[in-house]
Ligand binder design. Structure first.
Ligand code: SAH
Length: 268
């Protein structure tokens, strides 16, 4: 059943679950700790619940919203703000580098209570712009946040964990119950912080190849790493790297995947 929220017909296909509990809205904004000089970007501002609190705290706030019905509402609601710009666009196609101020090149701070069906592709889209990003705060389905932040040898650890943790420091901040939204989603949600690594503490690696290796490795979770990577690596390669060839993919650390990728690159 669709639902009317503040006179707006909430659309399922746009993943519209509007935050309605001030407690959680405040908690998100407190976690971001906006500073006066910040270049903030909000993805999917909706009816402006988070937007409103951010606007009087930062130098610049760009929002990217896909639903055309929401655009005039946002324009009217924030008509007086001179630090505010709306981009009526699909965030998956948006060029986030275009928001970087050409003079001071200040990094962007990004926030979004994202539509859950596009959250993973959107995070990968944003990671292409990671050199322009200071940090990101996303409301996601709780299971997705757990996968992003998971440690090796846990059920949640997989491709999303390795790739997110290679690019970013990740942290689950807090969970949010369905009742905090209108309409209420069927799942629990959580806020995650992603901070692109400015210094890469892990070994440098060809990122495209890493993505391939990780995908192949987790393709068959129950098989050994030797089996999943057999067209790239042989037994002696594993010995050289001191990685147990009979290990399951979920027991390898992010660093192990980088080491494997670097060796594969040398062999190609
Ligand atoms: N931030 C608001 C709204 C959350 S609902 C709040 O917390 O209340 C998710 C929002 O993302 C909606 O406004 C929806 O229209 C928007 N949205 C959905 N898909 C989008 C996309 N591909 N690009 C940009 N915005 C999108």
């Amino acid at each position: 059943m669709s639902k009317i929220v503040q006179g707006h017909q909430a659309r399922k296909r746009f993943g519209q679950n509007f935050l309605a509990e001030p407690y959680y809205i405040n908690r998100i904004v407190d976690s971001i700790a906006p500073q006066p000089q910040d270049q903030m970007v909000e993805i999917g501002p909706g009816l402006g619940a988070i937007t409103e609190l951010l606007l009087d705290k930062v130098a610049s706030l760009n929002v990217v919203e896909l639903d055309r019905d929401l655009i005039p509402r946002l324009q009217t609601k924030f008509a007086d703000a001179n630090n505010f710009q709306i981009h009526h666009c699909d965030a998956l196609k948006f060029d986030f580098a275009s928001l970087v101020n050409s003079e001071n090149k200040q990094k962007l701070r990004i926030v979004g209570n994202l539509p859950y069906n596009i959250s993973t592709p959107l995070i990968f889209h944003l990671l292409q712009y990671k050199t322009h990003i200071q940090d990101m705060y996303f409301m996601l389905q709780r299971e997705v946040v757990e996968r992003i932040c998971a440690e090796p040898s846990t059920k949640a650890y997989g491709r999303l964990s390795v790739m997110s943790q290679y690019h970013c420091e990740t942290q689950m901040l807090f969970t949010v119950p369905p009742g905090a939204f209108q309409p209420a989603p069927k799942v629990n949600s959580a806020i995650v912080r992603l901070m692109p690594r400015s210094i890469q503490p892990l070994k440098p690696v060809k990122e495209q190849l890493l993505a391939k290796v990780v995908t192949e490795s987790f393709n068959q979770r129950r098989k050994t790493i030797r089996n999943n990577l057999k067209h790239w690596l042989c037994e002696t390669d594993f010995e050289l790297l001191k990685i147990e060839p009979s290990a399951r993919p979920e027991t390898l650390t992010v660093e192990d995947y980088l080491t494997l990728t670097n060796l594969i690159e040398n062999k190609l």
